[in-house]
Write a protein that binds this ligand. Sequence first.
Ligand SMILES: Cc1cc2nc3c(=O)[nH]c(=O)nc-3n(C[C@H](O)[C@H](O)[C@H](O)COP(=O)(O)OP(=O)(O)OC[C@H]3O[C@@H](n4cnc5c(N)ncnc54)[C@H](O)[C@@H]3O)c2cc1C
Length: 362
Amino acid sequence: MRKKLLLVEDNTELLELLRLGLKHAGYAVYTAADGLEALRKARSVKPDVIVLDLVLPELDDFAPSGDGRSALARAKDWLGTECPQCGGAAERETDAVERAKWLNFVVIGGGPTGVELAGTLAEIARHTLSNEFRHINTRNAQIHLIEAGPRVLPSMPEPLSKSAQRQLEKLGVELHLGRPVTGVDDDGVMLEGERLSSHTVLWAAGVAASPLGRMLGVECDRAGRVEVEPDLSIAGHPEVFVVGDLATVTQDGKPVPGVAPAAKQMGTYVARALADRLAGRKTKPFRYHDYGNLATIGRMAAVVDLRGFHLAGVLAWWFWLVAHVFFLIGFRNRLIVLINWAWSYWTYQRHARIIFGRRSRT
Ligand SMILES: Cc1cc2nc3c(=O)[nH]c(=O)nc-3n(C[C@H](O)[C@H](O)[C@H](O)COP(=O)(O)OP(=O)(O)OC[C@H]3O[C@@H](n4cnc5c(N)ncnc54)[C@H](O)[C@@H]3O)c2cc1C
């Protein structure tokens, strides 16, 4: 299938020249002269690649300067919220040190989110984007995963952490274990006594609870989660319940994890507790049932912990895939997700790639 290319250029002569050349080179070419038209076409055509005029350095010589760019600028703002720009920035950077900073990615936090993020970034750099640029080789990108504790996936049994570490290293992720981050600035992160230079630092070391919790004026933990009674109500306020990520619940001496199944179970519990109260029945304290933990690391790479039954690598990845599709609602959704995943898997491609940037850095 021919790649769909959307060219956005307000110089109509240049646009026509590019259209003919790229059509001849085998692309299905769509054009837009301004940002609004680009938005309309991007939505209807769903191109594989969108080229905004400024991305190609040699086009700068032709691109008209001055007025008439506001629509395009708006398009860039809109598109910019949805696309990674690091590759484009590295492509335009001529200074080797600065270029390396654009190709260094730092993920802070080795929980499931950090592990999945680092693995995915490594695959995007090594495969998905590897043929997209002329001046940089994204295979040289360095992905650093920093974890303050001694191992990744601390909530999983140790053998699975070790397996995840091996799978990440196989993907080329550099692990920094037992290294708390002491500072983050424009140039990267500081570990104790060491700096990792990077323009892209991704925080995966936990979330703060909604400020709503503190507004209640009740006891909250460090992350702002509300401490609740065994029936998930607030002390002294049996009529107020707090559930999901906003609640901190301790069970058998350990905190109930902030994951979707726990939030769903709390919601179901409170609904039943209310029904019990209305019927005059006594309610048992909330209990979280942990049916297992899964973390995907990359293609055919994952770890699964099902109450002591462990899987790692290819089998774990298949389990992860089936479990996620199974929990989707409706056959149509399952089928669409499966087709999309299969397409991404075999082609290494995402639906669209948008690369653009400023003409000069200020
Ligand atoms: C990056 C990331 C990856 C994750 N991956 C997984 C995973 O793979 N598996 C898993 O099980 N869990 C995962 N989680 C955790 C999971 O998303 C949460 O545990 C779950 O969403 C909690 O559900 P909740 O309803 O308590 O909160 P949320 O899903 O956060 O819903 C809270 C809602 O309340 C709204 N809200 C907030 N404040 C107000 C207000 N003042 N007024 C009105 N509305 C308000 C918010 O906009 C939001 O829609 C992940 C979390 C993150 C951040």
